[in-house]
Ligand binder design. Structure first.
Ligand SMILES: Cc1ncc(COP(=O)(O)O)c(C=O)c1O
Length: 419
């Protein structure tokens, strides 16, 4: 292709992608899902106060799907993470090692139980927390590690489990991008002491809003339940005598899932393998097609891993090949061609005021005792990963023509730049 400057839409040429936005349409809409919500409203037994039948059914099915003994559904993935940090006993300035490349909710709730998030660098190929950096950040105050299986790619569980065991640390897996992902054929969420999944509307298992926590440990389950609920459910499910005395009140929160969300999640769970297979087929084919366009490369999936939900599709950008242009200019050229593309959607945690020493939010110190204790981070891999990966829609059911037009737009812009 001999592309001239004036051919680019940015400089007045014709756009490649003319499809109406948004290009990514999720979650799927279908009749059975609507009916699942209606049946919750219609059926008497579904309205059982505190612990409606549909919530119990969803948890039971999710446990079977993941392969865990206990499941607790909550109103968000954030609440599930909060419950997890409380359950493992984070308090009084305990340090929790957190990944740099994640959504802020992986780490924010740590401060709500009076812990200190300590941000670790990432691996360059997956963006996942780097086991080597975990080891350098462990101190006497470290009590737990929380990891995110970023964009559905499992973290290196062999190394991370070894480190957690050696240092007697709790391990929490944030599986919000990774429903159904496997590492050495085992599902994520079953490696750590607790696994947590978001069920918000962008996620593979989209329930409007919601989250679910899984564990094989009864005491951790009971503690997570106590911080999130009160009344009938905890009356029947909490056996531990120290926890039981708070049955009437819980600990001041009510983070139950809405039963309508549980009904939707339960309905979607029946289709989860279908969604995963479809998404993998579409995105793997997209990866193959862009793999020989100079200047960009597709995400890598390691041999012993599967990506399950594949939530968030990120391509690598190599400006050495693309005439040393800035990532912002590259994104602008592609956006002008009609592409829905942006710099990786989640900034590294150390860039965010909540986790950064220069935020100046002194008023927060009153509530978050350990706010801003950790400060100057030097995390070169995460800086690189953030500045050299670009987010695209997680295509699943979209028209092949639309998907192919993304490939044409890449070819056009990269073709112009590498001349
Ligand atoms: C990695 C990760 N963890 C946690 C969450 C929080 O989940 P929720 O939005 O359900 O609270 C998200 C949401 O995007 C996420 O991406």
């Amino acid at each position: 292709m001999n592309i001239k400057k004036e051919d680019l839409s940015y400089y007045g040429g014709n756009k490649v992608i003319k499809y109406k936005k948004p290009h990514w349409k999720w979650p799927p809409k279908y009749k059975e899902k609507n009916n699942s919500v209606l049946s919750y409203y219609k059926e008497e037994e579904y309205n059982k106060s505190g612990y409606p039948k549909i919530v119990e059914i969803f948890e039971s099915n999710f446990k079977k799907y993941i392969g865990s003994k206990y499941a607790l559904s909550l109103n968000s993935g954030t609440s599930a993470l909060h419950a997890a940090f409380f359950a493992v006993g984070i308090s009084n300035g305990d340090e929790v090692l957190v990944p740099s490349m994640t959504f802020h909710a992986t780490a924010g709730p740590i401060m709500q139980v009076d812990g200190v998030p300590v941000v670790c660098d990432c691996e360059l190929d997956t963006g996942n927390i780097d086991p080597q950096d975990i080891e350098t950040k462990i101190t006497k105050k470290t009590k737990a590690i929380v990891i995110t299986h970023l964009c559905g790619h499992p973290c290196d569980m062999t190394k991370i489990i070894k480190i957690a065991k050696k240092n007697k640390l709790f391990l929490i897996e944030d599986c919000s991008h990774a429903h159904g992902s496997t590492f050495n054929k085992k599902k994520v969420g079953t490696f750590g002491h607790i696994g947590v999944f978001s069920l918000d509307n962008n996620k593979l298992l989209a329930a409007g809003e919601g989250g679910i926590l899984v564990t094989n440990n009864k005491l951790l389950f009971e503690k997570a339940l106590l911080i999130s609920d009160f009344g009938p459910r905890i009356f029947s499910q909490i056996k531990n005598s120290k926890l039981k005395k708070y049955i009437e009140t819980g600990l001041g929160f009510k983070h139950r899932i809405h039963p309508a969300s549980a009904a939707i999640a339960n309905c979607e769970l029946k289709k989860i393998n279908f969604y995963i297979n479809k998404r993998l087929k579409v995105l793997n084919s997209f990866s193959n097609k862009i793999s020989n366009i100079p200047g960009i490369s597709p995400p890598v999936t390691r041999k012993n891993c599967t990506r399950g939900a594949f939530f968030g599709y990120r391509v690598f950008f190599d400006n050495k090949i693309l005439n040393n242009i800035s990532v912002d200019y590259f994104v602008s050229l592609l956006q002008a061609e009609g592409m829905e593309i942006r710099k990786a959607s989640n900034k590294p945690l150390q860039y965010l005021p909540l986790f950064h020493k220069n935020s100046g939010a002194k008023f927060l110190k009153k509530n978050f005792i350990n706010f801003r204790k950790f400060s100057d981070y030097d995390l070169p891999n995460s800086e690189y990963f953030y500045n050299n990966t670009l987010s695209l829609p997680t295509f699943t059911f979209e028209d092949q023509e639309l998907i192919d037009s993304y490939i044409l737009a890449f070819k056009k812009v990269c073709g112009y730049l590498i001349k």
